[in-house]
Design a protein around this ligand. Structure first.
Ligand code: PMV
Length: 327
């Protein structure tokens, strides 16, 4: 029986920042992340021809495949994560995917530690699930997005897909999370270093350090976990100054693992000299973005812009993944 599928579905998912505990979270220590007000979007349309059309707006790429086999064999390897997503969905179908146009776009900088890949993965899975009425809940959406993330990062902690699915402020450890809901709003200034990073390189660097200096590295990662625990208390009591101190300590520990650099340090210095309570790299490091908190982030944003840095002032995204449909 041919189901009467949706004609058009649109799903959005937030990007993320890791406030505390990047890298240590990979080894099972707690971390704190925040879904942000920058979004990725996946639109899926039913089209008249049998084709699969894929439009990757941010990459300025348009692909047309005559069927699923051609799509899976010819979609370039740089988009292997999307290929994986299509495969995962197709495995849940009784007939091969066809007659569709998929469009992916994002307002999140790629390779910048803001969760662009996880956020597009979540939006893609959510849009497909609704389009074909596969009935996936957020847990399932996050799980499949995690499978897509594995294609790129190998052994991700799961914090990115979880945050891009649920939004909010999350305390995350070993694939489990809870929402920290005492603080309804938190403004964070994101500053782009201008250097895109590869998460896998930074992860390998810390893995090697762990092999070379196991005890020392363990202590540093453990300290990061303790910082995340203290940060949860400060978030609950809304003490942003103390939260800032903890960010600075976390930054020091990340730098000691060799994943900071002089541009990250420069941005941190500018932030702290101009009234920020705290400033640190976010995500994998070695480039990407810096996050700062404080009372007058708009002013700090202007100062950083004048020095040539791109900034984004973001808030907590309380929704997580969202779906719109038109039958
Ligand atoms: O890929 P990024 O920059 O969003 O970093 C992800 C955070 C890490 O802790 C470095 C990796 C992980 O899987 O948690």
């Amino acid at each position: 029986m041919v189901k009467n599928f949706n004609q058009f579905v649109s799903a959005t998912a937030p990007g993320k920042v890791i406030l505390f505990g990047e890298h240590s979270v990979v080894y099972g220590y707690p971390a704190i992340s925040m879904g942000i007000s920058l979004l990725s979007k996946c639109n899926i349309w039913r089209i008249d021809s049998n084709k699969i059309v894929i439009e990757l707006t941010d990459f300025n790429k348009h692909f047309e495949f005559k069927d699923l086999n051609q799509c899976l064999s010819e979609l370039p390897n740089e988009f292997k994560q999307i290929k994986k997503g299509i495969e995962l969905i197709n495995n849940k179908m009784t007939e091969d995917i066809k007659n569709i146009k998929i469009e992916l776009r994002s307002s999140i900088l790629i390779g910048s530690g803001l969760g662009s890949s996880a956020s597009t993965a979540v939006a893609l899975i959510a849009a497909f699930s609704k389009f074909y009425e596969l009935g996936m809940d957020n847990e399932k959406i996050s799980q499949l997005a995690y499978e897509m993330e594995k294609i790129i990062h190998g052994t991700p902690s799961g914090i990115d897909n979880t945050t891009c699915t649920y939004g909010n402020l999350l305390y995350f450890q070993n694939k489990k999370y809870h929402i920290i809901d005492n603080l309804k709003d938190l403004e964070v200034l994101i500053t782009y270093t201008g250097i895109s990073h590869k998460t896998s390189i930074a992860i390998d660097q810390i893995r090697n350090l762990r092999k070379q200096f196991p005890d020392l590295t363990h202590k540093i990662l453990n300290n990061m976990g303790e910082i995340a625990e203290s940060a949860e208390q400060e978030l609950k009591s809304g003490n942003l100054e103390n939260l800032g101190y903890l960010m600075n300590i976390n930054q020091g520990l990340l730098a000691s693992l060799g994943i900071s650099n002089h541009i990250i340090a420069e941005i941190n210095d500018i932030a702290l000299e101009n009234g920020a309570f705290g400033s640190k790299l976010t995500g994998a490091g070695l480039g990407g973005c810096v996050i700062s908190i404080g009372n007058d982030l708009e002013n700090l944003s202007h100062i950083l812009n004048e020095k040539g840095f791109k900034t984004f002032l973001v808030n907590i995204n309380p929704h997580g993944v969202k779906i719109n449909e038109w039958k």
